[in-house]
Design a protein around this ligand. Sequence first.
Ligand code: F6P
Length: 558
Amino acid sequence: MRYNPHHRPPPTAGSTMPAITDTTEWAAVARLHATLADTHLRQLFADDPDRGGRLHGTVGDLYVDVAKHRLTDEVLDALVALAAAAGVPEKVAAMFAGEPINTTEDRAVLHTALRAPRDTSIVVDGHDVIPDVHAVLDRMAAFAERVRGGEWRGHDGRPIETVVNIGIGGSDLGPAMAYRALAAHATMDCRFVSNVDAADLSRNLAGLDPATTLFVIASKTFTTIETITNASSARDWLLEGLGGDRGAIPKHFVALSTNAEGVADFGIDTDNMFEFWDWVGGRYSVGSAIGLSVMLAIGPDGFRDFLGGMRTVDEHLRDTPLRENVPVLLAMIGIWYRNFFGFPTHAVLPYSHDLARFPAYLQQLDMESNGKRVGLDGQPVTTDTGPIVWGEPGTNGQHAFYQLIHQGTTTVPCDLIGIVTPDVDLPADTARSHADQLIANLLAQGEALAFGKTAEEVRAEGVDEALVAHKTFPGNIPTTTILADRLTPSVLGQLIALYEHRVLVQGAVWGINSFDQWGVELGKVLAKRIVAEIDGADGDHDSSTAMLLQRYRDARLQ
Ligand code: F6P
């Protein structure tokens, strides 16, 4: 089956497929929006007091409440009809089938194959990729067991104590987020270096002994300048610390990449390379070899559970009717706010300190995927695409930016993510009392954001009239609440896949390619040119950049 983009086809094709915004399904949602735009969540709950008992879904271990959204069942029906009109089911099927839905790079998009069972088969260009996936997973597992068991020895015969992952973007954010999220399950110390700022490498190497350090160089392309620069400096640090014997490199460096030639050129033995494939996008790669540092930390069984969690949501996406399909519903609710209400941002607020890096991870996942301004046909899109995604863990955010969410002039739809039982090393009653506080805050915020506090309620408390407006909360701020019992590897995998598929569905509705990232290229090219100019090459810049460059040259490290 070929994916048939609903969006306008290339001009040469001469088809008359309408833009999504020209469809009757879009118009139907717009009409509902016109009737509901001014309806307060207070009203929606008054009219439909049991909506909390009805407007929720489950996927795997995730309970997902969507009752505090500014919508009715009729809106959900219309949004689901819009998803169908946009070809979401066909897009989902095309992705799972390995069709080249990344059209600008002519690639399949198969992160779902990374977590598919061993006995399945997905054929890309005449080749079944599933045996390859499991062969790499098996090699990773064998390697991880050797490192974790102390069998893998460093140059002077000592076992590895610390793993340093060097990578950036998808080769950092996923594993770094997952390592932190699964800290309670980790039995190996891992550090993550991404920024070309030497401070990142320097701070992370502080206190490490080269003889017991393993560098995992994670780069899909193995050309990313930040990663190659950091990896080269790490190699110098290692060689200096171990007396300059290059024979130490194979014992202290492994690579995760699709580029065997680049890995070999760098000096890493390709026997120590864990492969993945061009059909794994960087921001979708944490379940591939890119997750090796996570596997080293939590062990192969834990990593399999992590993949299993993703698979649970993959199967749910693939097999569940649109109206009950949790990632589809979340995606369409996002479309409702982005395109019909015009809300520009989306906050992800985990009430779980272990998920502190989850919003940063989602920023790449969502914004690199759906931050697009042309459709699959290269024509400008006819409506807004991806929102600005941001967030910090609660309760910290409450004492920082929630003021704006409660009383500012921009409506910010929020996801509140709660973990009922944190895995902590504290007496049970201490842990419980913290968890009670944490979840009480999550629930309180959901209520406060939805219902606010009217001027009448403020006055009834005897507040001075001059302060009534200041103490009034408008409410009507929508939230999705996601609850899970524990942050296990499986649950983390489920959360990741839930958001991955939300991004896929939204991209399908907008008719964009969620799997390329041409927008990161220009800055890379200019930076390369400027590096040469710092060292004396001629350049041609605007007066502002020229002045700044000269200032840097005058002050730089000699
Ligand atoms: O610059 C963006 C990007 O290409 C991301 O998409 C990717 O995750 C990151 O760089 C790192 O790329 P690589 O894994 O090839 O080093």
